[in-house]
Design a protein around this ligand. Structure first.
Ligand code: FAD
Ligand code: NAP
Length: 327
């Protein structure tokens, strides 16, 4: 049987952004509902070691961290719904959202925290070796390749930034790009080309990620020259795929302003979107930092923005009621 749930604040997404928003909002007495989506806990549930989330001296596990965040959000009064939103109407308030089982959510404010997923090349060996040498996040995993050989695949800002970042750990970084020029900003290109520990292989596609014996993980990458078709093998311990991200904003096309890459646009310094009463936080509005701690930070901002927005609305409604009563 389907039901209608009404709330002052609905949060879409249960990654670090959505759950941080939920913790702050629940503690402010807003009794938020969190719709968890198909990946309860978000991207961090797909990884193991997390070493850069503040507050933990020892290595923690991504799924454990997200279970703790959810438990904390529930403890302070947030309500979790195991549902995925398939339709959104933000043209009038209260906003109306529909879940894939037909449940309807009616809300005065909406926080979008649906995240973004890394794009992958799509080959079987890439999937098989993911987490065993193949990664899409140098900031997250670069530390594990201290003194080892690594490669980055891609030619945009992310790829160049990841290659430069990896030189903090490795003295042997190879950037592999399918064309003979980069689309990254010139200033980044200049730094890349000047770096003594980075070499660039142009006009190469990935033919295969090569695993070692047993549990050894990635040991090499087979490349194909895009002009001649010639094959070569380079030995590497880590391969970082940096060919872009895909923000989860399909539901909001033509409803909320998105930028050219599909990320939700917010008023700088806030989490306000182009629709009054709709806020966005985390990777879905951030294509630069994309970290758990930044997602949590903007989740906190979203809750505070919602609180202020609702307080203003309540104040206006009370003032209007008082002026009607005085007439
Ligand atoms: P996400 O974590 O992507 O969560 C999105 C949420 O939205 C999910 O719960 C999903 O179910 C929900 N959702 C999506 N669509 C819908 C819908 N239609 N209806 C309802 N819900 C929906 N960062 C670090 O700081 N340190 C690390 O060590 C680190 N390691 C990483 C390792 C891996 C393998 C990956 C992939 C990422 C890693 N990151 C790390 C990055 C970090 O996970 C992200 O920056 C962070 O999770 C973003 O949080 P978010 O809440 O914005 O979105
Ligand atoms: P991007 O700009 O879309 O670049 C993706 C790169 O991956 C391109 O070089 C592309 O090659 C390559 N690529 C795509 N599909 C591929 C495939 N199947 N095989 C091999 N290579 C493939 O993505 P991004 O670098 O993640 O940047 C996304 C957006 O975020 C951009 O607007 C960027 O400016 C922004 N960003 C900004 C910062 C910053 O301001 N510091 C940092 C990171 C990202 P081609 O060039 O041949 O198409």
């Amino acid at each position: 049987m389907t039901a209608t749930h009404s709330t002052r604040m609905l949060i879409l997404g249960s990654g670090p952004a959505g759950l941080s928003a939920a913790i702050y909002a629940a503690r402010a007495g807003l009794a938020p509902i969190v719709v968890q989506g198909i990946q309860p806990g978000g991207q961090l549930t797909t990884t193991t070691d997390v070493e850069n989330y503040p507050g933990f001296r020892d290595v923690i596990q991504g799924p454990w961290l997200m279970e703790e965040m959810q438990a904390q959000a529930e403890h302070v009064g947030a309500r979790m719904m195991w549902d995925t939103i398939v339709d959104v109407d933000v043209s009038v308030r209260p906003f109306r959202l529909t879940g894939d089982g037909g449940h309807v959510y009616s809300c005065d404010t909406l926080v979008i925290a649906t995240g973004a997923q890394a794009r992958w090349l799509g080959m079987e060996s890439e999937t098989r070796l993911r987490g065993q040498g193949v990664s899409a996040c140098a900031t997250c995993d670069g530390f594990f390749y201290r003194g080892k050989k690594v490669a980055v695949i891609g030619g945009g800002n992310t790829a160049v930034e990841e290659a430069l970042y990896l030189t903090n750990h490795s003295q042997d970084v190879t950037l592999i790009h399918r064309r003979d020029s980069l689309r990254a900003e010139k200033i980044l290109q200049k730094r890349l080309f000047a770096h003594p520990h980075i070499k660039v292989l142009w006009n190469r596609e990935i033919a295969e990620f090569v695993g070692g014996e047993g549990n050894q993980g990635l040991v090499a990458i087979d490349l194909k020259d895009t002009h001649s078709g010639a094959r070569e093998r380079i030995e590497v311990d880590g391969g970082f795929v940096a060919i872009g991200h895909h923000p989860a904003t399909e539901l909001f096309h033509d409803k909320i302003a998105l930028d050219a890459d599909g990320y939700i646009e917010v008023t700088p310094g806030t989490t306000r979107t182009s629709v009054e009463g709709v806020f966005a936080c985390g990777d879905v509005m951030d294509k630069v930092y994309r970290q758990a701690v930044t997602a949590a930070g903007t989740g906190c901002m979203a809750a505070l923005d919602v609180e202020r927005f609702l307080a203003d609305q309540d104040f206006e409604a009370e003032a209007e009621a008082a002026s009607i009563a005085a007439e």
